[in-house]
Design a protein around this ligand. Structure first.
Ligand SMILES: Cc1cc2nc3c(=O)[nH]c(=O)nc-3n(C[C@H](O)[C@H](O)[C@H](O)COP(=O)(O)O)c2cc1C
Length: 364
């Protein structure tokens, strides 16, 4: 294969977009399937948008078409912040066709998913599975670098079962002049609950020529500043904690500026839930489905509501909107709770279920 570098004019490369506040390091909302769609973007933007958004992944295979719902996050972006379109797939010609289609829309760039841990996905050497075949990653990046005329970004884990190909993968990041690397500091087999290996973020930062966003368990503005400082990362990407606490990007900006940090009350959290319900609730959507969708978000919110997990327990059992909102008002508004502070960190011992991409949704 002829390397794209022979024909590629690197002077055409742009750098990543500037942060909202001059001089601050950037934050990004992690791509999350069924979460980082237009309704959630609208809700989070009101509470302090991240510097960059990533769509949930567009599936790419022989018969794939651009999913209009995912695309609406790009075409109806309610913020002035850039949105990167994430792709998951491994077939070069299907990926090329999808990139060409996406280039017709105002995407900030194309992001390649090298991290999805769902077995149905990785068995096909897609998402996190590609980390076992670094030669294939190199071929894909070679093609993407030619086709993507805006920014090319990669979101990856440190390896599949271990980090044996980490340097080889980072070499490809450099060779194909990737513009931004978001590193989820776990292996694919490490799932979502293993301890992140932040030393790999430091290593990537030293190794690659592009900015590195640290991803994995950034849980508060305090942890964001600490981990950014510890690893020398360019910025941070936040996933689950942004569902739990949609003010986190605002708080990280405030912490960087050294001003006092906004502390949401339980009443603010209640209003967030109401806004989210309204944003998700489309006329064609059955109430049960809307309630089921809300539960995916509340699974994370509930980690900071009460240390006993009563909210999570009752929320999961609610059958309709009335029952769901009753649980929310009981824990967030009634009994004098409204003015209490929402916990900055999740309570120990509570677990969100499901805590990741849905198995069916990852189906390629
Ligand atoms: C519900 C859910 C859906 C996810 N969907 C995607 C996805 O579409 N693409 C992707 O690259 N990562 C996806 N991830 C992984 C996140 O982007 C992120 O890497 C991971 O949650 C670690 O960051 P955190 O500790 O801040 O949550 C998903 C995670 C969750 C919890």
């Amino acid at each position: 294969m002829i390397s794209c570098l022979e024909s590629f004019d690197s002077s055409s490369l742009k750098s990543i977009p500037p942060s909202l506040v001059d001089g601050q390091w950037p934050t990004a909302l992690a791509p999350m399937q069924d979460v980082t769609s237009l309704p959630f973007m609208k809700v989070i933007a009101k509470r302090g948008a991240p510097d960059f958004f990533f769509t949930e992944f567009f599936r790419v295979h022989a018969n794939s078409r651009i999913d209009p719902e995912i695309l609406s996050a790009v075409t109806e972006n309610p913020t002035d912040r850039p949105v990167f379109a994430q792709l998951i797939g491994e077939n070069i010609s299907d990926l090329r066709r999808t990139v060409k289609d996406l280039m017709a829309y105002p995407v900030a760039g194309i992001d390649l998913n090298l991290g999805c841990p769902a077995p149905r996905v990785f068995r096909k050497n897609v998402g996190g599975g590609l980390l076992r075949v670094p030669g294939r990653v190199s071929e894909i990046l070679d093609m993407l670098r030619v086709e993507v005329d805006s920014l090319l970004t990669v979101k990856m884990r440190i390896g599949f079962e271990d980090d044996r190909f980490f340097e080889e993968l980072l070499n490809s990041i450099n060779k194909y002049e990737v513009n931004l690397l978001s590193l989820h500091a776990r292996t694919v087999l490490g799932g979502y609950r293993s301890d992140p290996s932040y030393s790999h973020v430091s290593k990537a930062r030293e190794f690659v020529n592009c900015p590195v966003l640290l991803n994995g368990n950034v849980s508060s503005s305090k942890s964001a500043l600490f981990l950014k400082e510890q690893t020398g990362a360019h910025g941070v990407m936040v996933g689950r904690s942004a569902i739990r606490n949609p003010w986190i990007f605002r708080q990280i900006r405030e912490a960087q500026s050294g001003v006092s940090i906004f502390r949401p009350t339980m009443k603010d959290v209640y209003q967030y839930i109401i806004d989210l319900y309204e944003a998700l609730n489309k006329p064609a959507l059955d109430e049960k489905k809307c309630v089921a969708r809300m539960k995916k978000f509340l699974n994370f919110v509930g980690l900071s509501v009460d240390s006993d997990g009563g909210f999570l327990h009752e929320m999961r059992r609610s059958q309709n909107k009335t029952e769901l909102l009753k649980v929310c008002s009981t824990y967030l508004i009634d009994h004098g709770n409204a003015e209490k502070c929402f916990s900055d960190e999740p309570f120990d011992g509570l677990v969100a279920r499901p805590s990741s991409e849905s198995k069916e949704g990852c189906h390629l």
